[in-house]
Write a protein that binds this ligand. Sequence first.
Ligand SMILES: NC(=O)c1ccc[n+]([C@@H]2O[C@H](COP(=O)([O-])OP(=O)(O)OC[C@H]3O[C@@H](n4cnc5c(N)ncnc54)[C@H](OP(=O)(O)O)[C@@H]3O)[C@@H](O)[C@H]2O)c1
Length: 285
Amino acid sequence: MKILITACNGQLGVDVTDFFGKTCEVAAYKDVELDITDEQKVFDIVKKERPDVIINTAALTNVDGCETKKELAYKVNRDGAGVMARAAAAGGARLVHISTDYVFDGSSEKAYKETDEPCPKSVYGSSKLEGEKEVQKYEKSFILRTAWLYGPHGNNFVKTMMRLGKENGEAGVVTDQLGNPTSTFELVRIIDTVLKNGEYGIYHATCSGVCSWNEFAREIFRMAGMDVKVNDLTTEQFPRPAKRPAYSNLCKDKLFEVCGYKATDWHDALKEYFDYLKTENNYDK
Ligand SMILES: NC(=O)c1ccc[n+]([C@@H]2O[C@H](COP(=O)([O-])OP(=O)(O)OC[C@H]3O[C@@H](n4cnc5c(N)ncnc54)[C@H](OP(=O)(O)O)[C@@H]3O)[C@@H](O)[C@H]2O)c1
């Protein structure tokens, strides 16, 4: 099986490339080598590489930045997704596209299912939802909605907390936004699973278990063995340009029922991440 990967230098892209590179032929393109909004280039590369599968990890992911770069957010997250879907269709490749819990408004009191109505509150969430719609026009596609993603190769909440903990010995973190922390390692396993066992369509693809950012921060410091004071904040006390969902717990029943995959508990995934850093002897990665 040959897999074409976009943004192979992004947080998820690096781990997707590492994982599938062990068992498959991989054609991995960095963001500067393949702009997913450049339709001609994307078509040319798909024609040249002839992949069986395309994994699109490229996106504009700066949630607050998208509020001021609205046009670019839609260009990449909606139009780029459309380009990838049309190119996959032209080349007969299956497409895996990554989306987000931010397509929901977070007003629910129970875990969101794939069939629940999205209602994004930010430009990022809205542009990603439009991207989903573009991808859904192509029937051989999987859309994996993930959340609170962290891994060794990107800027993410875990790294921010580690930095703040080292620099200040304390961090103020919100208690009233709940979601599913998810490692890139876990998301890569889910991508592998849906490719092996899945039917086309939307899947919620996160670790299991739900917590607040504040609880997540406390667990990060506990596992890192760092003595850091975590102060409780409300969203009101920590305003951001983009609105975040208060409750974006994603239900993973479909992943289990269709693919037989039981998502890893977020604590276990976090431990796996720290174990990896220790093995690699690279805490600052
Ligand atoms: N990170 C999270 O917490 C999170 C949560 C939910 C869903 N997701 C989704 O998960 C996927 C992977 O995210 P990630 O965490 O790996 O983000 P990331 O580290 O920002 O990786 C995304 C990559 O896409 C690149 N990119 C931007 N515009 C592009 C274009 N026109 N053509 C090609 N590449 C382009 C980015 O380059 P630049 O850095 O130069 O922009 C970056 O290298 C995305 O679909 C994201 O929406 C992420």
